[in-house]
Design a protein around this ligand. Sequence first.
Ligand code: AMP
Ligand code: MG
Length: 291
Amino acid sequence: MKTAKLAKSYRMEDGANLCLKDFDTADTANFKSKEEAEEKLQKDIARMADLQDKLYAQDQWSLLLIFQALDAAGKDGTIKHVMSGVNPEGCQVHSFKVPSETELQHDFLWRTTVQLPERGHIGIFNRSYYEEVLVVRVHADALKNEKLPASLVTKKIWDERFEDINTFERHLARNGTVIRKFFLYLSKKEQKRRFLERLDEPEKNWKFSASDIHEREYWDDYQKAYEEMIRNTATKHAPWYIVPADHKWFTHLVVASAIVETLDELGVSYPKVDASKRKEIKEASKELLKK
Ligand code: AMP
Ligand code: MG
């Protein structure tokens, strides 16, 4: 069946020798149109709601979903669409912007650590500590702002950050946080089209930022940084999905499938009721029926 395990083919558990150029930003698998994909998307969204309910009731695992991409790749829209069916009570979304003064007083994992999802919850990071090997790598000034002791800023800093991120994620995985990371992979041409749309359509003007256009000049540097990031941090316990992003409807479909596949593999279920609890339930219903 063409829809079974759709997301698996975009999942990287080992990034060695990965070349982004080998991936197709406009890929839509076997789907020909948004309409054709809609049925599966709705099914996945409904299934996700059911699985989230079990995750919450079980109160053991937590799910951390990390979204990284260049501007206009559709992170916000994907989060909005894919999570539309989940219970907000069990879900937390955090967007990470340029670090504040307070955040810069700490190590680079601090601000994200305090936002990690509780057991039973789904946590969504719209950008994350991965910015520390992306924008901070592409713009030397950003690293200078971080107040690091000079002796610690060496050529090895990016490898050290990859190592620290991998160790951190392994620690989280060993403690019950399931991590899935999504890189929304967009073409330069489609980014331009979406920027022009933001300029032309009044209701999209608010999304326009002059600095986004400026960042386009660093396109190749970003592609390199993303490639290096995935090569170094795609692991079995915290895989990257390279999600084709030129067609928004397909991006939503792959992300929704990935979340459903992950929760399915985890086998979340409602907690088992033991004998004494069963007795308690029986007595409570007897009591209620009497009144
Ligand atoms: P947006 O998500 O469009 O609101 O933009 C947030 C901005 O914050 C982006 O330009 C990011 O690159 C930037 N940003 C996020 N995290 C960091 C970081 N750790 N260091 C520097 N800039 C960051
Ligand atoms: Mg932006």
